[in-house]
Design a protein around this ligand. Sequence first.
Ligand code: ATP
Ligand code: MG
Length: 429
Amino acid sequence: MELRAVKGMNDILPDEAARWQRLEQAFREHVARYGYDEVRTPILEHTALFSRQIGETTDVVEKEMYSFARHGDELTVRPEGTAGAARAYVEHKIHTKEPVSRWYYLGPMFRGERPAKGRYRQFYQAGCELYGDAGPLADAEMIEMILSLLSSGLGISNIEVRLNSLGASGTRARYRDALVAYFTPMKDKLSEDSQRRLEKNPLRILDSKDPRDREASKGAPSILELLDEADAAHFAGVRRHLDALDVRYIVDPTLVRGLDYYTRTLFEFVTTAGDLGAQSTVVGGGRYDNMIEGLGGPSVPAIGFAMGIERLLTLMPGEASRERPAIYIAPLSDTCTSRALVLGRDLRARGVRVEVDGRGGRLKAMLRRADSLGAKLCVILGDGELERGVVSVKDLAAHKQDEVPLADAADVLAARARAEVSPPPGEAR
Ligand code: ATP
Ligand code: MG
């Protein structure tokens, strides 16, 4: 039987991994400028953490979690990063150590969804969480941070920012009632899931991808009209700061997102490029001012976001590519192999990427390999060279060959490996 990867879970092979690293590196450097430090939490958490924080009547909790019982624990492979980070924040009493914390994370998440382009069962998210700042400045700064990461950091354009406010819990309760009143007369036109959730969690209907629910949601009441004074002032503050930062956004009063923990500001970054279809949302986030307290901690406001790395990679320009060895070493006989290994080690100690050909055999095959790897120099070490105490060095770009004393080879070759590629003959600088 041929074993294959689990459905919806992908191998990232080295050619592709270079692009992943580029994105991850850009993310880390960008958010570091805003004061974020990395947190690493376990992949497994107690199931109750997610079911309570994300919400019992969400798609994630009802259908998508990988949960199992083992050694007396009910466990779930994390479907998102916010709940685990908040659990760690409370468990380690971070609020007693500093008034404001800025954390980022990066890693795999797991949801048993139907796979499609940009929708997988193991997928990767990078995200940030900011604890301890309730003000609208935090919201606007975070949105600007994401936008500049996408545009300047990753070169992704055609992005729209969608913004809404859900208000605090009182507003949500009033909105819930307004939605129940709105959807009840058309109950039989809704999807089965939405009919079932109508009383308990009608906000979910607005987030449904089912065309029947989308149609029914078109005339739904706007939450923005129900905001109380404090919520409305907060939202106005976010908008004012975004305007000051020249961030363009669309206010979308039907934006609710798929997780129950959000309060007040909610946002989504959507690509308008069109090649991701129903997977066009690349970043989602918002405030969750009640979660820390809900987990048994003090009342600490929080805001965060997560971006889908696979979706961003489909939009990020730049070819897949691998790093090339600067130097390829071709030992031509058994007696030369040990010397080649030593030279390889000494070059690496000088910071050079080196591959030693250990296959044995003919020079021609080794040169071909050096060429196809894109090496700059091929160092040839045969019995003749060894007797004379030299190595032959073929500059594969400049098509030149010379000899270097074996004793200085590491220093001389490391310097050449670092030097600019010399221009082809006849092309003056
Ligand atoms: P969607 O509406 O597309 O299902 P979501 O609302 O479930 O997304 P969040 O839980 O807010 O998404 O996650 C934030 C981001 O993570 C999404 O915008 C998306 O880019 C990415 N993401 C979510 N689920 C998946 C998945 N199954 N495969 C790949 N990326 C995903
Ligand atoms: Mg989803």
